[in-house]
Design a protein around this ligand. Structure first.
Ligand SMILES: *Cc1c(COP(=O)(O)O)cnc(C)c1O
Length: 370
């Protein structure tokens, strides 16, 4: 029996263990925020943004950011139909409606034309989700946002290491949110971060994140409004500091694994991998293959073939509008079609070249003319 190839797995070294141990032993009392503040500073510097607030999840960061933008009951937020539900759920928490539009067949990210067409007087924001580390067309989205006076915000949970014409994903919109869940490129176990260059927005989220207690409030135990509790713990931040010291290595390894896949697969007829358009660099969180309709290769066949080879490959996100709690939008043609013939490939830090070869062999076996 071959060994199992996992699809993601964090890279935890003695550095992470050392910092976490130090936080567990010494990070209390007056030191209880030391690693959190250090982590926020390292992240700000990496991303090139002015403000960062570490959170317990990306979901929480999005929830607070949307609340700080004033999104509320009756409002609409436009986002791609192809996505993980964590981007849409916070919109519903606020009583607003996620408006799902189609993706572009090449980037698998939101189609700016579809976003523009979905704008109504109730639209509060366009949420750009950089799917699998692929980049949204931010120039077009920012133009549309500006034209209509609507905020463009970024869910960059999957896009650490992705760079759009010199700017890092997550630093381009009005605010950005990241996830440090155990499956992501940088992990703290569970965790996230809110980032922005907007001083007022930062102040509002800071207050919200502290149960509604403003920094300027001198009275103890005195919230000025109802806020949230989505804080990252110091022990998690300690792991995050070690990961940030290794961020270059973590991203480089993701990109190297993607490059190895691309080298062996890109020329084959009937398949497409994550695109990397001119002027951009992708963090390659999730190398993904989409099979052309004429190959006749279905998700089910892909799942069976990878399972037989003891490889943990994952299905492409189902369209969110197809889930039971939302209204179906099958007219989002690409979002409804692509997942039927696509698969996420394993890409964890410590996977070997032979592991990549095993994954590639499964794909080549499926393609009749490869
Ligand atoms: C992982 C992920 C999230 C959620 O992150 P959590 O930290 O689990 O809340 C949000 N959006 C996208 C696109 C993700 O991939």
């Amino acid at each position: 029996m071959t060994t199992r190839i996992h699809y993601t797995k964090p890279s935890i070294t003695e550095l992470e263990v050392g910092y976490a141990t130090d936080a567990a032993r010494n990070g209390w009392g007056e030191h209880c925020y030391d690693y959190i503040h250090r982590f926020e500073a390292l992240f700000r510097e990496h991303l090139g943004v002015k403000f960062a607030i570490a959170t317990s999840s990306c979901t929480g960061a999005l929830h607070m950011g949307l609340a700080a933008l004033g999104v509320g009951p009756g409002d609409e937020v436009i986002l791609a139909d192809t996505d993980w539900i964590a981007s849409a759920a916070p919109i519903t928490y606020l009583g607003a409606t996620p408006v799902f539009v189609d993706i572009r067949p090449d980037s698998w990210c939101i189609d700016p034309d579809a976003a523009a067409a979905a704008i109504t007087p109730r639209t509060k924001a366009i949420l750009a989700v950089h799917l699998y580390g692929n980049l949204c067309d931010m120039d077009r989205l920012l133009d549309i946002g500006e034209q209509h006076g609507i905020a463009v915000i970024e869910d960059a949970a999957e896009a650490i290491g992705s760079i759009y014409h010199g700017r890092r994903a997550g630093s381009i919109g009005r605010f950005g949110a990241f996830s440090f869940h155990g499956t992501k490129t940088l992990t703290t176990g569970e965790g996230g971060i809110f980032v922005t260059d907007d001083a007022d927005l930062h102040e509002r989220v800071l207050t919200l994140s502290n149960h509604g207690r403003a920094r300027s409030q001198s009275k103890q135990f005195w919230p000025d409004r109802v806020g949230f509790k989505y804080k990252m713990s110091n022990v998690q931040a300690a792991i995050g500091c070690a990961q940030m010291e290794r961020i270059g290595e973590l991203i480089a390894r993701k990109r190297a694994i993607f490059a190895a896949y691309r080298e062996q697969l890109a020329g084959l007829p009937g398949i497409a991998l994550n695109p990397e358009p001119e002027g951009t660099q992708i963090g390659a969180w999730m190398p993904t293959v989409v099979f052309a309709p004429e190959t006749d290769i279905s998700r089910e066949r892909l799942q069976a073939a990878f399972a037989a080879a003891n490889i943990d490959a994952r299905v492409f996100f189902y369209p969110l509008s197809g889930l039971p709690m939302f209204t179906p939008h099958p007219e989002n043609r690409h979002a409804w079609d692509l997942p039927n013939r696509a698969i996420n490939l394993p890409s964890y830090h410590d996977m070997s070249g032979e592991d990549v070869d095993r994954v590639v062999a499964v794909i080549k076996d499926l393609l009749p003319h490869a």
